[in-house]
Design a protein around this ligand. Structure first.
Ligand code: ZN
Length: 135
C-alpha cells in the first residue's frame, strides 16, 4: 500500500491553565502554539496533489481563528469560566483540561468532522513540548 501525506502548520496564541496542577501551570498563562495537521491520500488529484496546501491552511486557520486564537481555553469546571464570561472575554470551553494532548485531540476531531482525511495532529505547546493525536 502506498500513500501520500502532506502536512500544514498553523501558528496561534492562546491562554489556559490546568485545573488540579500542583505547579505553575495552575495559573492563567499563555502560549504561542503550533498545530501540524497531516492529511493522507492513496491517490493524487488531477493537479498531482493530496489537496492544495492553501485550501488546507484556509480550513485549519479558519477554525483556529474562530475558536482558539487569542482566547482563553478552559476546563468547563474551571472557576475562572464564570468571571471571564461576566467580563465578556472570549472563551473556548473543553470538557477536560486544556492540555496539549486534549487540544490536539479536539483539532483532530473537528477536522475529521469536516471530511478531511486527517491522520494525525501534532500540537506544540512550546518549541520543546509536543503532543500527538490520531485514532
Ligand atoms: Zn500552559
Amino acid at each position: 500500500m502506498h500513500y501520500h501525506k502532506i502536512t500544514r502548520t498553523v501558528h496561534f496564541s492562546y491562554g489556559h491553565r490546568i485545573v488540579g496542577h500542583n505547579g505553575k501551570c495552575r495559573n492563567l498563562h499563555g502560549h504561542n502554539g503550533i498545530v501540524e495537521v497531516d492529511v493522507e491520500s492513496n491517490n493524487l488529484n488531477d493537479l498531482g496533489m493530496v489537496m492544495d496546501f492553501g485550501s488546507l491552511k484556509d480550513i485549519v486557520k479558519k477554525w483556529i481563528t474562530e475558536n482558539f486564537d487569542h482566547r482563553m481555553i478552559l476546563h468547563k469546571d474551571d472557576p475562572a469560566v464564570l468571571s471571564l464570561t461576566e467580563l465578556n472575554e472570549p472563551l473556548y470551553i473543553l470538557k477536560d483540561n486544556p492540555t496539549a494532548e486534549n487540544l490536539a485531540q479536539t483539532i483532530y476531531k473537528v477536522l475529521r468532522s469536516l471530511d478531511l482525511n486527517v491522520t494525525e495532529v501534532r500540537f506544540w505547546e512550546t518549541l520543546d513540548s509536543k503532543a500527538s493525536y490520531s485514532d
